[in-house]
Write a protein that binds this ligand. Structure first.
Ligand SMILES: NC(=O)c1ccc[n+]([C@@H]2O[C@H](COP(=O)([O-])OP(=O)(O)OC[C@H]3O[C@@H](n4cnc5c(N)ncnc54)[C@H](O)[C@@H]3O)[C@@H](O)[C@H]2O)c1
Length: 249
């Protein structure tokens, strides 16, 4: 049975919204009636993807936002509230392993500290700052859900990318704190912990008990479930492993 979700009248912001799961969540929100703000450091791609949503009958804008900079986040929040009056959902999808993004082949203990800082800033500071940027609006409207992305790397640890593992395991604490702040005000926070997801073909090489990587929709449909007041309304402060049994191995 396909879930029928209705986000009409609500506004969703997605960081990392120009590609992968941030974008797919934005598309799904739009298909279910929400107004969507795709925020990405790649401003051109965010705007192009937002235009695609509009061309398909949805409502979306794309904004250039570097999640490492609170001034960028503040500007995006201001633009969103001025345009649509509220913020109901934040999907903190911006992120990625610094070792992959900078194609590191060296040992982590010899790595350029600037790359390590990037890993912590985008994956940890970014989610914390963006959540700080929106939660006041959610509290004001007594409605909101913040989603953070962990990773099985944060559960297993990683000798190759300590900063990524650290940032991703920290999403447990970030999510619980946000849930504690939000609970008296109708605001929830949940963490989704993916195993390998086919936003990149190479993820097919990562072993899982089920013998395959996830399709991006397998994560994003669950995120929509968590965001929906009726389906996910009693779920907050929790972390949800969606890893095909990777941690069983
Ligand atoms: N794909 C996987 O297998 C997997 C597994 C575990 C966890 N995750 C996590 O899930 C989330 C989404 O992953 P994905 O594979 O869909 O991502 P993706 O690589 O497809 O997209 C990430 C987006 O973040 C943007 N971004 C990078 N730095 C940014 C910054 N400073 N400010 C704003 N945007 C920035 C990129 O431009 C890109 O559009 C990430 O947090 C990732 O760490 C992914």
């Amino acid at each position: 049975m396909e879930l029928k979700l209705d986000f009409t009248g609500y506004v969703a912001m997605c960081s990392g919204g120009a590609s992968g799961m941030g974008l797919l969540c934005g598309q799904k929100f739009a298909q279910s009636g929400a107004k969507v703000v795709l925020c990405d450091v790649n401003e051109e791609a965010a705007k192009a993807k937002a235009q695609e949503i509009c061309d398909n009958g949805g409502e979306a804008i794309g904004l250039g936002v570097d999640v490492r900079k609170f001034s960028d986040i503040e500007k995006a929040v201001k633009t969103t509230v001025e345009k649509w009056g509220r913020i109901d959902y934040l999907i903190n999808a911006a992120g990625g392993a610094s070792s992959r993004i900078f194609s590191c082949k060296d040992a982590w203990y010899e790595r350029d500290p600037a790359i390590i800082e990037w890993g912590l800033d985008v994956n940890l500071k970014g989610a914390v700052l963006f959540s700080r940027g929106v939660i006041g609006e959610m509290i004001k409207n007594k409605h909101g859900v913040i989603i953070t992305f962990g990773s099985v790397t944060g559960e297993e640890g990683s000798a190759q990318c300590v900063d990524y593992a650290a940032a991703k395991s920290a999403m447990h604490g970030v999510t619980k704190g946000l849930a504690q702040i939000g609970a008296p005000h109708g605001v929830r926070a949940c963490c989704v912990i993916p195993g390998p997801v086919l936003t990149r073909p190479a993820m097919a090489n990562m072993k899982t008990a089920l013998g395959r990587a996830a399709e991006p929709w397998e994560l994003c449909d669950f995120i929509m479930y968590l965001c929906d007041d009726k389906q996910g309304g009693f779920i907050t402060g929790s972390a949800h492993l969606i890893d095909g049994g990777r941690l069983l191995l």
